[in-house]
Design a protein around this ligand. Structure first.
Ligand code: GCB
Length: 619
């Protein structure tokens, strides 16, 4: 997997961006023959020429729930996507480089342009790109064909197994997995065609700080493509920081075209929601790569490339007792979430995103964990702008096999995630796993190596993970973390129906984690499934009353824990109801949402709102 292409595509005076979102053709391979399309060379010609049945498919979206075809919903194996697009001949005249970039495809993708293989990428939920300048026909039509494979195995992140089972038609492949969300697949995020000049800014890394007297500092690093052709003596970078109103807050001409520091007097720091009257303050940082020409009297500079990106300026630090933003201790009020909705599955939907952030603000949350995989880049931008803090999780869920090949993929996954998200002010921690089977002895070497590697690339953020072992001493992973996270379902998976068995066990367990590791502790999951509109008195499991009772009991425990300082946050499972695989434990999916899948509140949302707003502003 390549580690380039992680800069978000943005227009500038040297770059053009075109969307390839829209309606694509989709062809499902025979369920018993995932390699059918490769054998029959479906990439060689239009999919329609194969004479197989074509479905029209929106991009971005999961393909599973858009049609009424059960075979497509439950498909295990490969599907093929295709569309056509034009490349203007002007792009060749102007010597533009042409790039094709995917926000994410689940799980593995092979991409052909006009019948030629251009790239392959696995890992859902992460972007990838390829330069296609030499594959495209300028001034005429081009064809893009993609094979998408949704199969998970022992070395994918997360893991799953494909098993062959006898059915009424002979046999079927079944994808099994232990994680609790539907294995949606397809082109989940936007597809972009964009251009860069021949010599271009290929990557940017930012680190920010705020001093006590409000001097902001941005340390940047630039990577350039095709830099060999540059005469470094006559090249410089013009750096400009624009505030929200577009005024220049700081600027610099730097003759070092790779590294620099920008100081921002009287900075407006990035603050979380309800911690400052102006949360989520974002500047725009612009880099212009300039080749100097002409004479001193008559300079004739050439703009080689310009790239601008949003930046929030803040400090993040932690110690054994807490996590601090701009030197203020944080208490996180939030959720575990999913990218999930009716019809579009895990497909990016800006309307849904806007609704979700509106609800997060309404309920008074200041944080969420991207359980259990990286969320869209657009959602990370929303989080920056809304002052919502992100625990950024990679897609490792319920890992049970601690083999070297898996470890390598896990490391590579974290590398790509950190590379993608390192410049977001909202990201306050990396979560390296959710509920791995860490009682196993083999987990110790695995997580020791993983944490060590990740810490080396962590870009000023602490490491965390969600553990669910019963006894802190049995967890072979938590010793390697900076923040101890745990998941616990008192009165649900533990002592179902017993809301009188929450306060003390929750308090004791958090304390046990603290006693064992002497690190800040956060509860990443608690909750109970709730059918909206189902009411019972007295409270009975699955009813709205039961969810509110369960929440209020947890609040009692949290209030006692909060006095202990090292308890730094409470995350409800889950923000909204979401789809799972078909199972007799799930009625229409996981119903632990505070909001329905349609993003309307259950009773518990109102209760939570009171609490989260009451906790806000308190440091
Ligand atoms: C967990 C998992 C989460 C599940 C949740 C549940 O511990 O981390 O993915 O959805 O429990 O509701 O069972």
């Amino acid at each position: 997997n390549p580690t380039v292409g992680l800069l978000y595509p943005r227009e500038s005076n040297t770059r053009e961006v075109r969307s390839l979102d829209g309606i694509w053709n989709l062809l499902r391979s025979n369920a018993s023959d995932p390699l059918q399309g490769i054998r029959e060379k479906w990439y060689k010609e239009n999919l329609r020429a194969t004479n197989h049945e074509i479905t029209l498919m929106p991009v971005p979206a999961s393909y599973n729930d858009v049609t009424v075809d059960q075979r497509l919903r439950d498909h295990v194996g490969t599907v093929w996507y295709e569309r056509h697009f034009f490349v203007p001949s002007r792009w060749r005249k102007e010597r533009m480089r042409v790039w094709l970039r995917f926000g994410s495809i689940h799980y593995e993708a092979i991409v052909w342009i006009n019948g030629q293989t251009t790239m392959r990428h696995s890992f859902g939920h992460l972007p990838f790109e390829v330069e296609i300048s030499s594959y495209v026909n300028y001034g005429s039509e081009n064809r893009i064909t993609i094979m998408v494979d949704n199969r998970l195995n022992n070395h994918t992140i997360p893991q799953g197994q494909v098993v062959k089972q006898v059915n009424d038609d002979g046999f079927a492949y079944i994808q099994t997995y232990t994680f609790d969300f539907f294995n949606y697949a397809g082109i989940h995020r936007s597809v972009h065609l964009y251009t860069t000049p021949p010599t271009y800014i290929s990557d940017v890394e930012l680190k920010t700080q705020v001093s006590r007297n409000l001097i902001g500092r941005i340390d940047y690093r630039l990577w350039l493509g095709n830099a060999e052709v540059l005469d470094v003596k006559s090249t410089h970078v013009l750096v400009k920081l624009l505030d929200k109103s577009g005024n220049v807050a700081a600027h610099q001409i730097n003759r070092d075209i790779r590294n620099g520091t920008l100081l921002v007097p009287n900075v407006k720091p990035w603050w979380p929601y309800l911690m400052n009257p102006d949360p989520g303050y974002m500047y725009t940082l612009e880099f212009q790569l300039i080749a100097e020409g002409g004479t001193e009297a008559e300079p004739n500079n050439e703009l080689l490339d310009a790239y601008r990106l949003p930046v929030g300026i803040r400090n993040l630090s932690w110690n054994k007792d807490g996590l601090f933003l701009n030197n203020k201790p944080l208490y996180l009020r939030g959720f575990g979430r999913h990218e999930d909705s009716d019809i579009r599955g895990k497909g990016l939907d800006n309307a849904l995103l806007t609704r979700d952030f509106s609800l997060l603000r309404w309920v008074g949350a200041n944080a969420y964990r991207t359980s259990h995989y990286p969320y869209s880049e657009e959602s990370m931008q929303f989080a920056d702008q809304h002052g919502i803090m992100i625990i950024d999780e990679c897609a490792s869920v319920n890992t049970d096999l601690f083999e070297p090949e898996l470890l390598v993929n896990h490391m590579s996954y974290l590398e790509q995630l950190i590379h993608r998200d390192r410049n977001h002010a909202s990201v306050i921690a990396w979560s390296i796993a959710n509920e791995p089977r860490t009682k196993k002895k083999a987990a110790e070497a695995y997580f020791g190596a993983l944490a060590n590697y990740t810490r080396g690339i962590a870009q000023g953020r602490p490491l965390t993970a969600a553990s669910n072992v019963d006894k802190p001493s049995e967890c072979m992973m938590s010793q390697f973390l900076d923040i101890i996270g745990f998941n616990r379902y008192n009165a649900w998976y533990h002592n179902a129906g017993r809301t009188d068995m929450i306060v003390q066990p929750m308090y004791d367990e958090a304390k046990n984690w603290r006693d064992r590791y002497q690190k800040p502790v956060i509860l990443f999951e608690y909750g109970g499934d709730t059918i909206e509109g189902y009411h019972t008195l007295p409270a009975f499991i699955w009813s709205e009353e039961y969810q509110t009772t369960l929440f209020s009991k947890h609040f009692k425990a949290f209030d006692r824990l909060r006095e202990l300082k090292w308890f730094i946050g409470e995350f409800v499972w889950n923000f909204a109801d979401f789809k799972t695989e078909q199972a007799f434990t799930r009625v229409g999916g996981n119903k632990k949402g505070v909001f329905t899948r349609n993003r309307q509140p259950k009773d518990a949302a109102h209760l939570l709102r009171k609490r989260y707003h009451a906790l806000a502003w308190k440091l």
